[in-house]
Design a protein around this ligand. Structure first.
Ligand code: V1S
Ligand code: CA
Ligand code: ZN
Length: 380
């Protein structure tokens, strides 16, 4: 069966460079750029190119990347290669490069330029009014700091995309669905009242990166413009939706953003290799549908996601949600069809219905209450 056409013409743009999926962080590293190729195959296999405009973004220039990152850090990123790493190791350690999480790999500068270029171009397509939604699954690398690579993220395409959006819009809302806290984006705008950051994540004192408590709420002019939803492991669809919708609705009502950036890290899915939530692909996509329903220009980005067949399913499904198209559960016969056995469907049973979750209604109510109180101090 074929996808069902949307009722009105949607204006969705999709930024992807075919080369991105061929890069590698090295053997044994959980971050696999190949998931981008799998996603793209499903997107095309489902015929979603008929409902959006697909572009190969310009790789970001040094000057564009230096809108956030420091010159000495960018120099190091450009210069270091696996061949000269031994000679440079001592001088680049301060940049977080060469650690287990952020190894030096071939073509890494090219790879991160593609990721950043996609988010910058997405911002320009939204800002100019060419698109209502702009997708970049190569982006969403939320941990990178001004001069430090962290948690598989070397450049922060999200910060660059938001800075570009701020040229067109007064207020930008950032929403982070990744199971990890969006620390790099929060830090970059911690003192700003033009960017509100909202991250929903696992938080138990040990889980990477260790930040994102309810108490982190911004400083100076940015006081109360950082919102955190720290959750326990094992949260299910019903609880995740309830808290996400309650918080997101309140944030949007109060902050009245003129544009939204939605990071869709797929490590918040059940069965992720690093994540620990009990959320289904429909459940994850429901958050995208909910944000889309506000009709505000929205940039949709990737992020984490380490069980790669499910990352591809999730992001292909979310592309269909952005396009307003219903796609069949049977997967299209792509070249990587074998990855999706034994069920070969878009929505396999990933969740465990009997799994214990310490996220009680009372604990979630408490989080909601704290955030509603915080938002009372935000001027609307
Ligand atoms: N959790 C986790 C995890 N696993 C790894 C890892 C495992 C094998 C490797 F070969 C290399 C790395 N690192 C981590 C975390 C980083 C998680 C980053 C998530 C990124 C994102 O999804 O939010 C966005 C793309 N790092 C750590 O926990 C730090 C260590 C403390 C422990 C692991 N070792 C390898 C490094 C130091
Ligand atoms: Ca998050
Ligand atoms: Zn993550």
């Amino acid at each position: 069966s074929r996808p069902t056409a949307p009722h009105s013409k949607e204006r969705v743009s999709y930024f992807y460079n075919l080369q991105a999926s061929t890069e590698s962080y090295g053997e044994g590293h959980p971050m696999k750029p190949a998931r981008l190729g799998l996603t793209h195959e499903l997107v095309i296999g489902y015929g979603l190119h008929n409902y959006m405009n697909i572009y190969t973004p310009w790789p970001a220039s040094t000057t564009q990347i230096e809108a956030f990152h420091s010159t000495d850090y960018v120099d190091a990123l450009k210069r270091v290669t696996p061949n000269n790493y031994d000679k440079m190791a001592a001088s680049i350690k301060r940049f977080g490069l060469g650690e287990d999480d952020c190894p030096v790999f071939s073509d890494m500068w090219d790879y991160f330029r593609m990721s950043c270029g996609g988010s910058i171009m997405a911002a320009n397509y939204l800002g100019s009014g060419a698109s209502d939604m702009a997708i970049n699954w190569m982006g969403g690398l939320h941990h990178a700091k001004k001069s430090v690579a962290s948690g598989f993220c070397y450049t922060n395409d999200i910060v660059l995309g938001i800075l570009e959006l701020l040229r067109y819009y007064q207020r930008v809302l950032y929403i982070d669905l990744d199971v990890h806290h969006g620390d790099g984006v929060q830090d970059a705008f911690y003192g700003s009242n033009r960017v509100m950051t909202l991250s929903i994540h696992a938080y138990d004192g040990a889980f990477f990166p260790g930040t994102g408590s309810l108490d982190e709420s911004g400083i100076g002019r940015g006081k109360n413009y950082a919102v955190n939803v720290p959750l326990q492991m094992g949260i299910d669809d019903a609880s995740y939706h309830w808290i996400f919708k309650e918080v997101a609705r309140n944030v949007i009502d109060k902050f009245q953003p003129s544009a939204i950036v939605l990071q869709c890290g797929a490590d918040s899915l059940a069965g992720d290799r690093l994540g620990s939530f009990n959320v289904s692909i429909k459940g994850h996509g429901e958050c995208v549908r909910f944000i889309k329903s506000f009709g505000i220009p929205t940039m949709v980005l990737g992020g984490g996601g380490y069980t790669i067949r499910n990352v591809a399913r999730c992001w292909a499904y979310e592309t269909s949600v952005c396009c307003g198209v219903t796609v069949p559960n049977e997967l299209p016969e792509t070249v990587s069809y074998d990855y999706y056995g034994p069920d070969f469907v878009l929505h396999p049973n990933l969740t465990s219905p009997d799994r214990y979750s310490p996220n009680t209604r009372a604990s979630l109510e408490k989080i909601r209450h704290r955030i509603v109180e915080q938002l009372r101090h935000v001027e609307s």
